[in-house]
Design a binder for this molecule. Structure first.
Ligand code: BDP
Length: 687
């Protein structure tokens, strides 16, 4: 139960005075308007108050001025009190913000708390904020909070297939599909919408970017009814529904001979399909597209480029206010590993920068955080600094494909913060990824974040309960990338596990160390890809070394690493602006953690840390495995302080991690010992 509720866990308030105060302040919930989303806001607040205080608040349309209440309203709908409450704050709300404010009662009237949204959605976020304050056991006297999301698009991508499997899913089966159709019971979908909305998520694609046969049909009349039911479930929580589409749909389901984006018949087919979809689902958000990548069809087949492809769909969606989200994960996955002049890391930039300025206004490019593919350590994609006249959003991976598959704990908020804070220097200093993604830097009309979900039908949603922190943290960062890791972490722990300071201390220690620990026993110095092919779990140094995917480390008996410099390497570093370009290009100055991503060096190369590369590999792997074991020990210290089942589940995952970390340590260290023939200075190697 505890783990299913995740961060929306409403325990009765322990302190009598505080409980009485919450109960008094939330005696009644007044919601004058009857829209669906406002209804959700009132219902959510009422349920939370009931669970935390035992009092069931009435939901009323009209306020009794003698009774303290929470008023929920929206700006500009003709209620002078609501408009007056926001006052000058109204200018700061954008279209989804809110004011949360205590109004002092005049002449014997009771005080009340006003939640004033800039829109229905804003009011819903305000209600969740008030709930969060009470979950954190903070005061709700004298509130004056003004909030708005930094990013317009705060999106989740499900990689769910209609057969019920989830691509890169580590938490069970899909909550959406079973046996090539939708599930019958939408309870879990609604509960998911709730969790997402409480962190501020406002958009979702519900099918895999790899659109197979059955999913291609999702845009046809066959699924209209069910889709509109799904759109309603999410719509009640202010979340717009999107679909991943197959670029070859005109052929696959339309019966046309071609999917050429410039063909008039193809254009009218998409236009008509889009109109049909919007007729059935007026709130539909638009399409997400993976094209010409990993065997997906796309405009290249017809000698067209990706602007032609995206604009085709944009034209069809524009009359309805829809958008096309076009992924930049485009590269040749059939490279010749002997041809060292090609470099997969360069692909996205090379494909998309020449198209800057050619995309329609309602096209948004979705760019993965790194140039490769969600490795435990990668540089930031240079494409963020390479586009000025194109809407772009940042794509992150919450599901832990390369970061322990939710068997290992790997808290990704610190990684994402580094990405968001990275300075591209695209328009001088301060041109951070956060400002590019939000659209602020180049004044774009669309911007935001998207991330691949980590949930499935597992009892705790995410397989590993601590992986919930990644989903929560993503939502919070999408809302405001400036939030600190510490704040997000503390919030998640208190909301999910209560406010025992010892629990907070131990769990935050585990979370905050986890990414570094995972990196230390897996992937040294930015090298990446030393995993088993296909499923990507567990160590395999040469698993991808002699294959076509373009993911090499070039380890031989003398050295390791990929030369991506301008002078002698692939020239990838030239895709960055100064001074990042020079920093990465320089063997002397390149940061240690990315050294092997940028340079091929002998094992005896000395790092800034003073260690040689080979000794660094040995040390980090020995230390990493020990640190992984210490995570379990730390966790053991809070036994009895949290829910027993939750405790046991995490403990069992942590002991699996401890064992698996040893396997990583031994495979990696043995491999490099044998390859290099260089002994460990501490003589720990026995192979
Ligand atoms: C990789 C995954 C693959 C996805 C692909 C993508 O291994 O399953 O289809 O990315 O993002 O990370 O399209």
């Amino acid at each position: 139960k505890t783990s299913y509720e995740a961060w929306l866990r409403y325990e009765a308030v322990e302190n009598d005075a505080l409980r009485a105060n919450y109960r008094l302040r939330c005696s009644v919930i007044v919601s004058a308007e009857q829209t669906k989303v406002l209804g959700t806001a009132a219902k959510e607040l009422a349920e939370a108050v009931q669970a935390m205080t035992g009092h069931v608040p009435d939901i009323a349309a009209i306020r009794d001025r003698q009774i303290p209440c929470v008023i929920i309203g929206v700006l500009g709908r003709g209620d002078p009190e609501i408009d007056g409450t926001a006052g000058p704050d109204a200018d700061e709300l954008g279209s989804e913000g809110y004011v949360l404010r205590t109004l002092k009662g005049q002449q014997g009237e009771a005080d009340c708390i006003a939640i004033v949204g800039a829109s229905d959605r804003g009011a819903l976020y305000g209600a969740f904020h008030l709930i969060r304050i009470m979950q954190m056991r903070d005061s709700i006297e004298d509130l004056h909070i003004v909030e708005h999301p930094v990013n317009g698009l705060r999106m989740i991508n499900q990689w769910d297939n209609m057969d019920g499997t989830i691509e890169r899913g580590y938490a069970g089966k899909s909550i959406f599909y079973r046996n090539n159709g939708f599930v019958e019971d939408f309870t879990r979908i609604r509960d998911y919408a709730r969790l997402l909305a409480s962190t501020g998520i406002n958009a979702i694609t519900i099918n895999n970017v790899n659109v197979h046969r059955e999913e291609t049909n999702l845009i046809t009349a066959e699924y209209e009814q069910t889709l509109s039911k799904a759109a309603d479930a999410f719509g009640a929580y202010g979340i717009k529904l999107f679909l991943s589409i197959n670029f070859a749909s005109p052929i696959a389901v339309g019966g046309l001979q071609t999917a050429d984006p410039l063909d008039p018949a193809v254009r009218s087919w998409w236009t008509e399909r889009a109109s049909e979809l919007y007729r059935a689902i007026p709130e539909f958000g638009g399409f997400l597209v993976k094209a010409d990548s990993e065997f997906r069809p796309g405009p290249f087949t017809y000698g067209r480029d990706h602007a032609d492809g995206a604009n085709l769909l944009a034209e069809a969606l524009a009359p309805h206010g829809g958008v096309v989200i076009w992924r930049c994960f485009v590269y040749n996955c059939l490279q010749d590993w002997r041809d060292r002049s090609t470099d997969r890391a360069k692909a996205a930039y090379d494909h998309f920068t020449p198209l800057d300025g050619r995309f329609a206004d309602n096209v948004i490019l979705q760019i993965k955080n790194g140039p490769m593919d969600f490795q435990v350590r990668e540089p930031v994609s240079p494409l963020f600094g390479g586009l000025k006249d194109t809407n772009q959003i940042l794509e992150l991976q919450i599901t832990q494909e390369y970061t322990g598959q939710q068997k290992h704990v790997c808290y990704l908020v610190p990684l994402w913060k580094e990405v968001l804070d990275f300075d591209t220097y695209a328009a001088g200093e301060g041109s951070t990824v956060a400002r590019i993604a939000s659209g602020a830097l180049h004044n774009r009309s669309y911007g935001g974040l998207a991330a691949v979900s980590n949930i499935g039908d597992s009892a705790c949603w995410t397989g590993h309960p601590l992986s919930q922190a990644n989903l929560y943290g993503y939502g919070r960062l999408a809302w405001n990338p400036a939030l600190s890791t510490e704040q997000i972490t503390a919030e998640w722990i208190r909301l999910s596990l209560g406010s025992d300071p010892m629990v907070e201390d131990v769990v935050s220690g585990i979370l905050l160390r986890s990414w570094g620990i995972y990196e230390s026993y897996t992937s040294p110095l930015g090298v990446g890809w030393m995993v088993n092919p296909n499923h990507h779990y567990g160590p395999n140094v040469d698993g991808y070394e002699y294959s076509k995917w373009g993911t090499y480390h070039f380890a031989d008996h003398q050295g390791i690493g990929v030369d991506r410099t301008i002078g002698t390497g692939t020239g990838y570093t030239a895709q960055y602006h100064s001074p990042q370009r020079e920093l990465y290009d320089s063997l002397e100055r390149c940061p240690d953690e990315l050294l092997l991503f940028y340079h091929h060096v002998p094992y005896t190369h000395v790092l800034h840390s003073g260690k040689t590369v080979i000794q660094h590999i040995y040390d980090t792997h020995f230390e990493g495995a020990e640190a992984a074991a210490a995570l379990l020990e730390a966790w053991q210290s809070i036994r009895g302080r949290i829910d027993e089942a939750y405790f046991e589940l995490v403990a069992s995952r942590l002991s699996e991690q401890r064992e698996h970390a040893k396997e990583w340590r031994d495979v990696i260290n043995t491999y490099f010992f044998r390859k290099s023939g260089i002994a460990d200075r501490q003589d720990r190697l026995i192979y």
